[in-house]
Design a protein around this ligand. Structure first.
Ligand SMILES: Nc1ncnc2c1ncn2[C@@H]1O[C@H](COP(=O)(O)OP(=O)(O)OP(=O)(O)O)[C@@H](O)[C@H]1O
Ligand SMILES: [Mg+2]
Length: 273
């Protein structure tokens, strides 16, 4: 890379994640779900991360955010704005410059009204107004703000989670499956918002099983298989018979989509796409 070339906003290199687990008695073993993960995201760019269930997409997100469980053994490098992301820096940036939309709605506090949860991190003076605006934007009623998470449907909770991520000053958005169970109107609002984050100059990591929706907004797509990045390609390569894709795995993944010739031989059909 020449000196004048812009550095990526986020650069994940040779990321490995293992977990030490106790077997019977006191014997310990280490499992290694992530072996060689590489992803980079530039400012203003949306990178979709796709791969079968269990391939390590959420672990990648959690490693960048610094929220892996304590028995995780992590190596490799995560560089943000040209500087190594230490655990301390991750803590400082999380929920501020680095915004996270988690895969599970269990990240919401079950004992706190959802309106109040969306107000966390907003300027106190205008928090209520901003929350109401976000609710309207994501097709939630003003009165929904008084409800607790258990009183909302799964799709509504996803929209609440998304609303918690929309903050001024966000530079990197990590969205882990933000769209399942969401009706088409709210889905297009979420895609629009992710696109807006990028237009405002933020980098977006969009983890998803919904490749067709992701391709509407993604600039590049990273394909993950069994804890390793197998391919990173421009989103425009995902068209036709996939002849511009680099690996056989990604070609087959692409052709396995119902919209394409639906290659039923493909072993990754548990992708739910
Ligand atoms: N705390 C943990 N201890 C041990 N193994 C774990 C732990 N968390 C995740 N794993 C394993 O790591 C692998 C990757 O998990 P991960 O949740 O990242 O998958 P994913 O790609 O996000 O899947 P999905 O699409 O279903 O969300 C899985 O095999 C999972 O069982
Ligand atoms: Mg996941």
């Amino acid at each position: 890379m020449s000196k004048t070339e812009k550095k990526p906003l986020l650069q994940v290199e040779n990321l490995s994640i293992g977990f030490s687990q106790y077997m019977k008695g006191t014997q310990k073993r280490v499992i290694q779900p992530i072996a060689d993960m590489n992803v980079e995201i530039n400012e203003g760019e949306i990178v979709a991360v796709v791969g079968a269930s269990g391939s390590g997409k959420s672990l990648l997100a959690h490693a960048v955010l610094g929220i892996l469980p304590s028995n995780a053994i992590c190596s490799g490098s995560v560089v943000y704005k040209g500087e190594e992301l230490t655990e301390k820096r991750k803590r400082q940036l999380r929920g501020r410059e680095i915004s996270f939309i988690p895969q599970s709605v269990n990240y919401l506090d079950p004992l706190m009204r959802v309106g109040a949860q969306v107000q966390i991190g907003l300027d106190k003076k205008t928090a209520h107004k901003q929350q109401e605006k976000l609710f309207a934007q994501y097709d939630l009623k003003s009165s929904d703000g008084h409800l607790f998470p258990y009183e909302l449907s799964g799709g509504m909770l996803r929209r609440v989670l998304f609303a918690t991520s929309v903050r001024e000053g966000v530079r990197l958005v990590i969205a882990d499956e933000p769209t399942p169970g969401i009706h088409p109107e709210a889905l297009s609002e979420i895609l629009k918002q992710l696109k807006q984050f990028a237009k405002d100059g933020a980098g977006v990591m969009l983890i998803t099983h919904d490749m067709m929706s992701a391709l509407q907004i993604a600039d590049r797509v990273a394909v993950i298989k069994e804890g390793a990045t197998v391919e990173i390609s421009e989103a425009v390569a995902f068209q036709g018979t996939g002849e511009r894709l680099k690996t056989e795995y990604t070609k087959r993944l692409w052709r396995a989509l119902p919209q394409n010739d639906f290659d039923l031989e493909f072993k990754g059909r548990d992708l739910n796409i």
